[in-house]
Design a protein around this ligand. Structure first.
Ligand SMILES: O=C(O)CCC(=O)C(=O)O
Ligand SMILES: [Fe+2]
Length: 269
């Protein structure tokens, strides 16, 4: 049997986004666009980055592997830190958030999966590192967490939170019509100012300036979530929200520790 190898151009629309020719005029304009977009609102979304056929294959792969996925269902606060026992009414750390989803770990992603072809390409790594303005940028060496497929079924959500990592990269595969929206407040806090009153107002639905990111199938999103409070609203209805999360590090060979692997994937590897 002969199988045709899936190439980067089968997965990523290289005509529209020439990440394999970053020194071309269009490639430079793309990088400039990403820098401007991230500087403007802390996020950059590239519609149609993954080709429709690759998106369809990944949706099918996620659904086929759903039974092997690990389900997390937790409460946490926006900081992912200890919830204070003596809760002052005006302390956002005391407000519990709910997050639940299914995760298909990297070692379950197929050899020929469009996600593997994209994630393992140096072109994509180089492009993302430049777009995010990183001086050093490496693929994650974690056998479970390098890149994953996420499935949010009815009622699943990610509660309001600040990310611990300086950036996140996702690809939307199957958005939902009702709920499952990515919402955020750009730079609600800064390195020097926690802005507790603003965070509390956001949690109460009283803070102006909430931004919703559209999520068309195939859209790649780069997001700086350390200072921008964000969430994914609960999925309503039977259709799942499915996306891919791509992880990177400023250090080569970076891995999750066993505790974190256990927490996110229910096993170690
Ligand atoms: O699923 C998404 O669109 C966002 C994911 C996210 O915020 C996270 O993993 O921290
Ligand atoms: Fe996040």
């Amino acid at each position: 049997m002969t199988t045709t190898k899936v190439t980067l151009g089968d997965v990523i629309d290289l005509e529209r986004y020439p990440i394999d020719q970053l020194n071309s005029r269009k490639g430079r304009a793309l990088i400039d666009f990403c820098h401007a977009s991230l500087a403007f609102e802390g996020a950059c979304q590239l519609a149609g980055f993954f080709r429709p056929e690759a998106v369809d294959r990944l949706v099918a792969e996620a659904q086929e592997k759903q039974s092997a996925a690990y389900r997390t269902d937790d409460t946490h606060n926006v900081y992912f830190e200890q919830v204070p026992s003596e809760s002052a009414a005006d302390n956002p750390a005391a407000v519990l958030q709910h997050s639940s989803k299914l995760t298909i770990a990297w070692d379950l992603v197929g050899e020929d999966s469009p996600l593997r072809v994209a994630y393992e390409s140096d072109e994509l790594t180089t492009f993302l590192g430049q777009a995010l303005g990183m001086e050093t940028f490496y693929r994650y060496a974690d056998p479970l967490g390098a890149a994953s497929l996420m499935i949010f079924n009815e009622g699943d959500e990610l509660g309001w939170h600040f990310d611990r990592s300086p950036f996140a990269v996702t690809v939307m595969l199957h958005p939902v019509v009702f709920g499952g929206e990515y919402q955020y407040f750009h730079n609600l806090r800064t390195a020097d100012n926690q802005n507790s009153s603003g965070v509390l107002a956001a949690l109460r639905g009283e803070q102006p300036g909430r931004i919703t990111l559209a999520g068309e199938p195939g859209a790649l999103t780069m997001f700086r979530g350390q200072h921008s409070l964000h969430r994914v609203t609960p999925v309503e209805g039977a259709e799942p929200r499915i996306n891919a999360v791509l992880s990177y590090s400023e250090r080569p060979g970076d891995k999750l520790n066993a505790l974190t692997q256990q927490l996110f994937y229910g096993r170690t590897a």
